[in-house]
Design a binder for this molecule. Structure first.
Ligand code: CP
Ligand code: NVA
Length: 310
């Protein structure tokens, strides 16, 4: 038993290796059941509140459809329409919503907001992306690696791009479960030092090897998976022009992937900017699993929801 009932998911740093692996395995089983057409409704009568302060396609729809498939209900709450948008505090919101819904998924800017919500809520809080972490994405990424490669043992993942939320959650997830991870970022776009420190402690325990570099070619050497994300994340739109310059040389293209294993797979959390962080040829090519990966958000999150809510 996972013993996740009532627990938050703010970052995978709070979950053990065993818990993460078991969640992935449950997600795999649930996916198979779903594809067979089985209807399993352990969350009858349960409601998930979903607060969004940023745009979303995958997170919003996969959580909402997932809750419905499990027999429950999801409420889309745009923060602009909540009283939060007019200055009601996070702690007051947490205390009120805790009495109406069974869990809250939130997508916001500062990670502190999610921590504050969790501190004052009496129900589980799920991080649907902050500026620091994107744990639900990393769960789906592990599921995809397991499906395509057949095992997580002995894999090497190379992340090329911004040292952002997605990079941080990958770094935590890989170091927890024992996947080697190399991250290449431009100078001044490195991963958060505290996250790197956490990951290095996890890697010691799991035996995973971490490489942080400014050299994409070095990072992709012998990689089983190459991962990228947008160069300009939500909330950074003003930096777009500067970032386009600073990220030159960090595009995933046919030249770069030559350094990976011959059977490497390409992953991307999406949405993608074709011809910026990745060429159309690569993202729409035979090595790309980005749509299977996006689909897996549904199954990974359903496993999570069942474990924390059932
Ligand atoms: N990958 C991801 O979280 O996508 P959305 O922004 O569409 O939710
Ligand atoms: N790094 C991106 C991920 C979107 C899913 C962002 O924060 O906008």
């Amino acid at each position: 038993d996972l013993n996740l009932k009532g627990k938050d998911l703010l970052t995978l740093a709070d979950y053990s290796k065993e818990t993460i692996l078991e969640l992935i395995n449950k997600a795999k089983t649930m996916k198979e059941a779903h594809l067979k057409g089985d209807i399993i409704t352990p969350l009858k009568g349960k409601t998930l509140g979903m607060i969004f302060e940023k745009s979303s396609t995958r997170t919003r729809v996969s959580f909402e459809a997932g809750m419905l498939q499990l027999g429950g209900h999801a409420l889309y709450l745009n923060s602009r329409d909540l009283q939060i948008g007019r200055g009601e505090t996070i702690s007051d919101t947490a205390k009120v919503l805790s009495q109406y819904v069974d869990a809250i998924m939130i997508r916001t800017f500062s990670h502190n907001i999610v921590e504050e919500l969790a501190e004052h809520a009496t129900i589980p809080i799920i991080n649907g992306l902050t500026d620091l972490y994107h744990p639900c994405q990393a769960l789906a990424d592990l599921l995809t690696l397991l499906e395509v490669k057949g095992t997580l043992q002995g894999l090497k993942l190379a992340y090329i791009g911004d040292g952002n939320n997605v990079a941080h959650s990958l770094l935590i997830a890989c170091s927890k479960v024992g996947i080697d991870i190399s991250i290449a970022t431009p100078k001044n776009y490195e991963v958060d030092a505290k996250v790197a420190e956490l990951a290095s402690a996890f890697a010691k325990a799991s035996g995973s090897k971490i490489i942080l570099t400014n050299n994409p070619v070095e990072a992709v050497q012998q990689a089983d998976a190459i991962y990228s994300d947008v160069w300009t994340s939500m909330g950074q739109e003003e930096e777009n022009e500067q970032r386009l310059k600073d990220f030159q040389g960090f595009q995933i293209n046919t030249e770069l992937v030559k350094h990976a294993k011959a059977d490497y797979i390409f992953l991307h959390c999406l949405p993608a900017h074709r011809e910026e962080e990745v060429t159309t040829e690569i993202i729409d090519g035979g090595h790309s699993y980005v749509f299977q990966q996006a689909g897996n958000r549904l199954h990974a999150q359903k496993a999570l929801l069942v474990e924390i809510l059932k």
